[in-house]
Design a protein around this ligand. Structure first.
Ligand SMILES: Cc1cc2nc3c(=O)[nH]c(=O)nc-3n(C[C@H](O)[C@H](O)[C@H](O)COP(=O)(O)OP(=O)(O)OC[C@H]3O[C@@H](n4cnc5c(N)ncnc54)[C@H](O)[C@@H]3O)c2cc1C
Length: 420
């Protein structure tokens, strides 16, 4: 067996957010731990590749939202109180490693929404690091973990996990095999297809696939001031739909994921303030299989190299065009936005102007599209253990988290259990 290294107590697959927060609880314990990461180590990371390498997607926008009912189903799994305690530990840990300089704010419930049944806001504390500070924080975590007993192997994409009579064999794309008593999957949302096929044979997946899709909306910077007050963001829920990544004075930026061109949001601290505000209105979509989800998204995004966009007033003439609005992202005019995503965006903007009593200008931009991917959910118990004893799954690949704070909290949670 190439690369046999004896038996580790734990092998963690992936060195992203959930894994790093688990490891911080396990450093300097007596556990023999190996981390296999598909991407490079921290110092070799390509700033353009947000997905792979030490820190995973922790090196992207770095907006930590601390609310048990936001960004994951941790509260449903382990309870609201324990989730709140874990989120507090995540915030404390960020501060320990340099995150105390982040922008912080508390999104309270605006008075205007008190009597609204359909439109509610999520009360949430946010610690917004941005890309530069995220890099500093994960750099400090990297130094601490490298100095501990934990072994890291980078550029080691895991493609096969085989349960043995005792423990597991973990095989990488390079053909190296490692053995561990227990294995923790922390591979995030982008699961390698070969590994996914292997995991399917282990029958640990449920069948449903979720993808949230919506238009990113860019409007006047003052349009939601009645709800925002002095806060930079308000998180709104409208039935199943919800606003995501609101950036007052920020920009709309191009994001490429799975080779699809998407409209993402960027905060004003990264590249200077604008006079606009942007957010995505997401709608969850559920598919019977990942290939059905793929087919829907391929038809939606096609192979465009940039996003498409339309002015609100051009598709909904009841919104009068008044104030000038300079779009912050270059877009392709036409084809028309998908009616199933456009119509709710228009209805939502209409509802907003009724609630705020502030007209939304017809110059408002609607970009197509933003999407948020959820991996096929792995079935786990309250300790994040799959149906196979000793095989755990934390962070976004578990399907139980889909945000930085909750992914990190799932890592803290499992780390605490193991460290005992
Ligand atoms: C562009 C972008 C920006 C985001 N910004 C925010 C934000 O501001 N706020 C927020 O709350 N959420 C945000 N999210 C979501 C958030 O980043 C994730 O929920 C979170 O990072 C999940 O943590 P994780 O540990 O599960 O996975 P990740 O942080 O993605 O880490 C997974 C790691 O596993 C490695 N890996 C994958 N497959 C293998 C394999 N087969 N073998 C070995 N290693 C492997 C990867 O290389 C990666 O390093 C963003 C997502 C995207 C895509």
């Amino acid at each position: 067996m190439k690369g046999a290294q004896g038996m580790y107590d734990y092998i963690l697959i992936g060195a992203g957010v959930s894994s790093v927060f688990a490891l911080l609880r396990l450093q300097n314990t007596a556990k023999r731990i190996l981390v296999l990461e598909a991407g490079p180590d921290f110092n070799q990371r390509d700033p353009q590749d947000l997905y792979q390498g030490f820190g995973g997607l922790g090196l992207a926008e770095g907006k930590y939202n601390f609310a048990p009912d936001f960004g994951g189903a941790l509260a449903a799994k382990i309870g609201v109180g324990p989730t709140q305690a874990l989120l507090a530990k995540v915030a404390q840990t960020l501060d320990t490693f340099g995150g105390q300089h982040a922008l912080r704010y508390v999104a309270a419930r605006p008075a205007q929404l008190r009597h609204q049944r359909d439109l509610v806001s999520v009360a949430c504390t946010t610690q917004h690091l941005g890309t530069h500070l995220s890099r500093t924080v994960f750099g400090n975590m990297y130094q601490a973990l490298k100095a501990s007993q934990i072994e890291f192997r980078f550029q080691q994409k895991v493609q096969q996990i085989t349960p043995l009579a005792q423990g597991f064999a973990v095989r990488t794309a390079l053909g190296d095999t490692y053995r561990g008593q227990q294995v923790i999957l922390a591979t995030g949302v982008a699961v390698d297809p070969v590994l996914a096929a292997n995991l399917r044979t282990l029958s640990i997946f449920s069948t449903q696939t979720r993808v949230d899709v919506g238009c990113r909306i860019e409007t006047q910077g003052t349009a939601l001031d009645v709800l925002l007050g002095t806060d930079p963001e308000v998180k709104l829920r409208w039935g199943e739909r919800y606003t995501y990544c609101m950036n007052k004075h920020g920009r709309v930026v191009l994001k490429r994921q799975h080779n699809w061109a998407m409209a993402d949001g960027q905060n004003y601290r990264e590249n200077g303030a604008t006079s606009n505000l942007n957010f995505t209105l997401f709608q969850p979509h559920y598919f019977a299989s990942s290939s059905a989800a793929q087919a829907y998204l391929t038809a939606l995004f096609q192979d465009r190299s940039t996003v498409i966009g339309q002015r609100l007033g051009d598709v909904a003439p009841q919104f009068a065009k008044g104030q000038l609005l300079s779009p912050t992202l270059a877009y392709q005019k036409g084809p028309a936005l998908d009616a199933d995503l456009l119509k709710p965006a228009i209805q939502f903007l209409d509802l907003l102007q009724q609630v705020t009593k502030t007209p939304i200008d017809g110059q408002t931009m609607l970009y197509g599209y933003d999407a948020k991917f959820y991996p096929t959910q792995v079935k786990t118990n309250a300790q994040f253990e799959t149906g196979i004893p000793g095989l755990y799954c934390i962070g976004d690949c578990s399907g139980a988290t889909y945000s930085l704070a909750q992914a990190a909290a799932s890592g803290v949670y499992l780390g605490q259990i193991i460290a005992k």
